[in-house]
Design a protein around this ligand. Structure first.
Ligand SMILES: [Zn+2]
Ligand SMILES: [Zn+2]
Length: 395
């Protein structure tokens, strides 16, 4: 039996066990940087598979190593492990037991697939050269993110540059299929906090006030020129303000207005320029109208780039494993991911694992209270990762 068939057979054989693992994780979700019980559970699972080379990283994360029979190259496989502050609304018997916390981004499935992957790798370890690093990373969902902590860890920096592979569930892709995008794939993300200061007073006597509501309105409109006029049309950019608080009343002009939003793009130089231009624009516009505006920026994740040679090779390997018809080419995606940090320093590939199933009515979006997956994706995700990792070691 060739290696690919062997991996497929083992993935099918062991998948049910890891459906249970996924359900356990789903029932016991923990928020970013608080994944203590999750981390303990994952470590126990690894030990039960015979994986003993495990170091703790970023407080609640793990970096485990599976050594092949002979020395050789190294490849790193990453799963994120944290959940979101969402109250689950699924009527399933594995519903979250932690009030207000839910695995609504599929990180339970990422962790379970990586454990399935580990089980298969342990069974095949005498057959391959080199080693596979398994990174269970905390806090993907909360800026500054777990990846930025991992990349400062000695155990991580000692590895030097090496191929990084990561997968993420996507409910809009049918189960059984995966998707790849070579080059720039996901956006950088910065959080914007603006405070527009004026002088409040009676709404009937605006001449005695400096109206921050009017200033804020101009700022929101004018700031869009960053995307529509300043940005190179060939570089995707998004500027969205989702929170505006002017806490006055029908007849009261408030002292200040708070605006919050996000800026996303796919180019690090433009990102820096744009944020500088935004700062200048909001400051001078507010001043010209007699008020003041302070912009605070919480710098988030960089953009995620998939190394083209590695990504095209993995895409072709995925076609071997799943069939050409089950491997999709994807569009760029303006969501952000802290896997991006690894992709800035290493040849990396972040690909999408289909978990949707229209017949079973599984298709709710990521980060929604009714998000769920078709669990047969675990067999696909776990097996495919083994195939991609071993093929990368032998390339
Ligand atoms: Zn998410
Ligand atoms: Zn996610």
């Amino acid at each position: 039996m060739d290696e690919r068939q062997k991996i497929k057979r083992l993935a099918a054989q062991y998948a049910p066990e890891f459906v249970s693992v996924r359900r356990y994780l789903h029932q016991h979700p923990e928020l970013s940087f608080q994944e203590h019980r999750t981390c303990t559970y994952l470590k126990e699972q690894l030990l039960s598979l015979g994986v003993t080379d495990i170091v703790s990283v970023a407080e609640t994360g793990l970096l485990a190593t599976i050594h092949g029979g002979r020395a050789g190259k190294t490849v790193l496989l990453r799963a994120d492990i944290d959940a979101l502050p969402i109250q689950e609304r699924n009527a399933v018997d594995y519903v979250s037991k932690n009030d207000g916390v839910m695995h609504a981004c599929g990180h339970d499935a990422h962790s379970a697939s990586l454990l399935l992957c580990a089980k298969i790798l342990m069974e095949l370890k005498e057959d391959f050269s080199g080693s596979v690093k398994l990174l269970f990373q905390p806090a993907e969902e909360l800026s500054p993110g777990g990846a930025s902590a991992v990349i400062r860890e000695k155990a991580y920096t000692a590895l030097g540059s090496l191929p990084h592979l990561g997968q993420h569930v996507r409910p809009d892709i049918p189960v059984g299929k995966v998707g790849f995008r070579s080059g720039k794939f996901m956006a950088s993300m910065d959080e914007l906090f603006l405070t527009v200061k004026g002088k409040g007073g009676h709404a009937a006597m605006p001449e005695k006030t400096i109206d921050p509501v009017l200033i804020a309105s101009h700022i929101i409109v004018a700031a869009q020129q960053l995307v529509s006029r300043r940005a190179d049309p060939k570089i995707p950019s998004v500027l969205s303000f989702g929170k505006v608080i002017a806490d006055g009343a029908i007849n009261v002009i408030p002292d200040e207005v708070v605006i919050e939003g996000t800026f996303r793009t796919l180019d690090e130089d433009w990102r820096k320029t744009a944020l500088g231009q935004l700062d200048k624009l909001v400051t001078t516009l507010a001043e010209a109208m007699g008020g003041r505006c302070e912009l605070k920026i919480n710098h988030g994740y960089p953009h995620l780039k998939n190394e083209p040679v590695l990504t095209e090779r993995l895409k072709a390997l995925a076609e071997d494993y799943l069939g050409k018809e089950n491997v999709l080419g994807l569009d760029q995606w303006m969501a952000a991911e802290d896997f991006a940090y690894y992709s800035q320093q290493n040849p990396a590939c972040f690909y999408m694992l289909g978990v949707g199933n229209a017949e079973k009515h599984i298709g709710s979006g990521l980060h929604t209270p009714t998000f769920d997956i078709d669990e047969s994706a675990l067999e696909v995700g776990g097996g495919l990762m083994v195939w991609l990792a071993l093929s990368t070691l032998s390339a």
